[in-house]
Design a binder for this molecule. Structure first.
Ligand code: ADP
Ligand code: MG
Length: 321
């Protein structure tokens, strides 16, 4: 049987994350996967969090940081989300709460909220949280997430540690501040009915845990790695899969893009031979537990729904007319 993603037709997921280094065809493959499910009648959202998003280019229409219906596809919406927007949302949601608590016992200006918002891990944490909200609010049956290049995705996996370490430091800082004021003025107390800072922080901790549990649940989340048949691709795939393994995240499909299928000149013959060597290495290393799906190199860029459908046909070994 031709390797394909069609197991995902039989075992539907709520979130499909596409990872890999920049330029290997992540956004193209994520779009093809999203189009495939939308054509099957599933309400699907494709999110790109790549700092150089290209959903707008691929679908040939303006897609911004709001959920936008994709032209000609009844069940597909797209959104390009930048970390600035995510951080802004984070501040809108938590800023007033933090400020209120902190300013009730210390005179601080609002910059303090920026200080906390600028903490390492918070941006990624909130990105994940934001995406999980989109997954869970029931509006979409499936969310396909075109992630930022590999380094970022891996950082997401380290996130709970980074995030919680920061929180610990922040909490200690606040508690010192708080006890200082306590000693100074016995009367300084949080106003009744208001959340304490520790409660807020443990709420965040809860969020982080919830997110990590969701992406670790193989019934809900699928990770797909995209790579290229070159030395660098093989090396990076090795690193990504090793990291995923360490975090108990299972990858069951690897897309190998830009494969030269018919070589009709010396240049392409040599290149094809080189690629086949690396495909052999990838197969040797992974094919016993990962399906390797090859996508051929097209003469043209993959733009517009018709071309994306062709990639979907290859990925799912199916035929969308
Ligand atoms: N199989 C392919 N054949 C030809 N061009 C491709 C193929 N896959 C992707 N491309 C093109 O390569 C470029 C980069 O692809 P993209 O999906 O944006 O990569 P990434 O998201 O990994 O940075 C785009 O112009 C896209 O149209
Ligand atoms: Mg991209």
């Amino acid at each position: 049987m031709t390797p394909s993603l069609n197991r995902l037709d039989r075992e539907p997921k709520r979130l499909i994350m596409i990872g890999g280094k920049g330029g290997v065809g992540k956004t193209t493959c994520a779009s093809a996967i999203a189009v495939h499910f939308a054509l099957q009648g599933k309400k699907t959202l494709i999110i790109s969090s790549d700092p150089t998003p290209s959903l707008s280019d691929i679908f040939e229409m303006e897609i911004g940081d709001r959920e936008t219906p994709i032209r000609d596809l009844a069940n597909l919406w797209g959104i390009e989300i930048s970390s600035e927007v995510v951080l802004k949302k984070w501040k809108e949601r938590f800023g007033p709460e933090i400020y209120e608590v902190v300013s009730s016992f210390a005179s601080l200006d609002y910059d303090f909220v920026d200080y906390i918002g600028g903490a390492p891990g918070i941006e990624e944490e909130y990105m994940l949280n934001y995406i999980l909200e989109l997954v869970e609010n029931g509006q979409y049956e499936l969310v396909v997430w075109d992630t930022a290049p590999a380094g970022h995705t891996l950082r997401l996996l380290h996130l709970p540690q980074i995030f919680l370490r920061h929180l610990e430091a922040a909490t200690k800082f606040y508690m010192n501040l708080y006890s200082y004021f306590e000693k100074l003025k016995e009367s300084v107390k949080f106003k009744k009915g208001k959340k304490s800072l520790l409660e807020i922080i443990s709420g965040w901790e809860g969020l982080a845990e919830k997110v990590v549990n969701f992406i670790r649940d193989p019934e809900k989340t699928e990770f797909i790695v995209v790579t290229i048949p070159e030395a660098l691709g093989v090396k990076q795939t090795e690193r990504i899969l090793k990291d995923f393994d360490e975090y108990q995240l299972k990858v069951t499909h690897l897309i190998v893009n830009y494969v030269i299928q018919e070589a009709d000149c010396e240049f392409h013959k040599v290149r094809r031979e080189m690629q086949q060597g690396y495909i052999g290495i990838l197969k040797n290393q992974y094919s016993h537990h990962i399906q390797l799906i090859e996508v051929g190199l097209s003469a043209c860029e993959i733009k517009g729904v018709e071309r994306i459908k062709k990639v979907a046909n290859i990925l799912f070994a199916t035929h969308h007319p």
